[in-house]
Design a binder for this molecule. Structure first.
Ligand code: IPM
Ligand code: MG
Length: 360
């Protein structure tokens, strides 16, 4: 199979972890006889430096042409005080919108080998296996009106949390479909005791659930959900929520997995005419400028995202499994980066990538 993949390494540790994910894709291509066609584009702070824009038109074009896009991370401290439209993050939000990837899948599971890496008690974390389905192209991240106006004591800022029925329906269907291949339980998370937006969310999710009578549905308010994720994380199978709640809860979920460096994500849109999902694949972690360029970032989030790409965009289940099995073997070997607090000397980013390849 020909795999036309665009990489967008982005900022900070993005380049290092993407390099290892690509190394793993190359190993998969060799082993399973696929042809890898890689191109690279600019996104985020590096794109602002080179072109003045966080999402250059050329990058959007390349992403629309590619079968799938693998992203590193965006964000640099020098832009901390820049207005939202001139920040690296705007590039990421832009590419999500351009590709129309409305469902962000963030699996969170505990690995036996990492159980000591989580600050939570072992009996809470052991056996955790959930997937957060975060709506990705709507809500308060994109809603209008937005902006800051006026001055003095009446200077005011506005953001709008906006969802249409259509947007809620399609991401809900994705969650219910996923649940059918898992433990058949969807927990929808909202703030319907306060927000009209959440009231519509809940009403539409309940309606969609009628199409999936074999899947159990329950609801949690987002504040309670934040607590339940720590108190009883095994209760979750598929956690369905809107954009900002999902952003926040998935970082909390990272604590269950031992390190945010472990978490992969797949952002999926509609099916392309060829029947493959349009996908953007990115680790959940950020650009971590404090450790950038030091070869110590954990590449498993990026490598897991590459595995998700093989699965969702190319339907290559055997190949995806080979990557995930290899990751598990490396975890068991203890040859891991510093964030996972290994017993011996920590491995480098590159050593971890090469070890995964050797098991493939
Ligand atoms: C994430 C990140 C992004 C988001 C930022 C970098 C814009 O936190 O993917 O979780 O908020 O979506
Ligand atoms: Mg986030």
């Amino acid at each position: 199979m020909q795999l036309n993949i665009l990489t967008l390494p982005g900022d900070g540790i993005g380049a290092e972890v993407t390099r290892e994910a690509v190394r793993v894709l190359e190993a998969v291509a060799r082993k399973f006889h696929h042809e890898l066609n890689l191109s690279e584009g600019l996104l985020g702070g590096v794109a602002i430096h080179k072109t003045g824009k966080p999402l250059p038109d050329e990058t959007a074009r390349l992403a629309l042409e590619a079968d799938a896009t693998l992203m590193g991370a965006v964000g640099l401290p020098e832009f901390d005080n820049a207005p939202p439209e001139q920040r690296p993050e705007r590039g990421l939000l832009g590419i999500r919108k351009v590709l129309g990837v409305y469902a962000n899948l963030r699996p969170v599971r505990s690995y036996k080998a990492l159980i000591e890496s989580s600050p939570l008690k072992n009996h809470l974390v052991d056996g955790v296996d959930m997937i957060i389905v975060r709506e990705l192209t709507g809500g308060i991240y994109y809603g209008t009106p937005r902006g800051i106006s006026g001055e003095g004591p009446s200077e005011r800022a506005v953001n709008s949390m906006v969802y249409t029925r259509h947007e809620i329906e399609r991401v809900s269907r994705m969650a219910f479909q996923l649940a059918r291949n898992r433990r058949r339980k969807v927990t929808s998370v909202d703030k319907s005791n306060v927000l009209e937006n959440s009231q519509l969310w809940r009403r539409v999710v309940v309606e969609v659930a009628r199409e999936y009578p074999d899947v159990e549905l329950d609801h949690l308010l987002v504040d309670n959900c934040a607590m339940q994720l720590i108190l009883n994380p095994r209760r979750f199978d598929v956690l369905l929520t809107e954009n900002m709640f999902g952003d926040i809860l998935s970082d909390e979920g990272a604590v269950l997995a031992g390190s945010i460096g472990m978490l992969p994500s797949a952002s999926i849109g509609d099916k392309s005419p060829t029947g493959a999902w349009i996908g953007l694949y990115e680790p959940v972690h950020g650009s971590a400028p404090d450790i950038a360029g030091q070869n110590k970032a954990n590449p498993f989030g990026a490598i897991g995202s590459a595995a998700a790409m093989l699965e969702y965009s190319f339907g290559l289940m055997k190949e995806a499994r080979a990557v995930n099995d290899a990751v598990e073997k490396v975890l068991d070997s203890g040859n891991v980066t510093a964030d996972l607090r290994p017993a011996g000397a920590p491995a480098t980013t590159e050593e971890v990538g090469r070890a995964v390849c050797s098991y493939i």
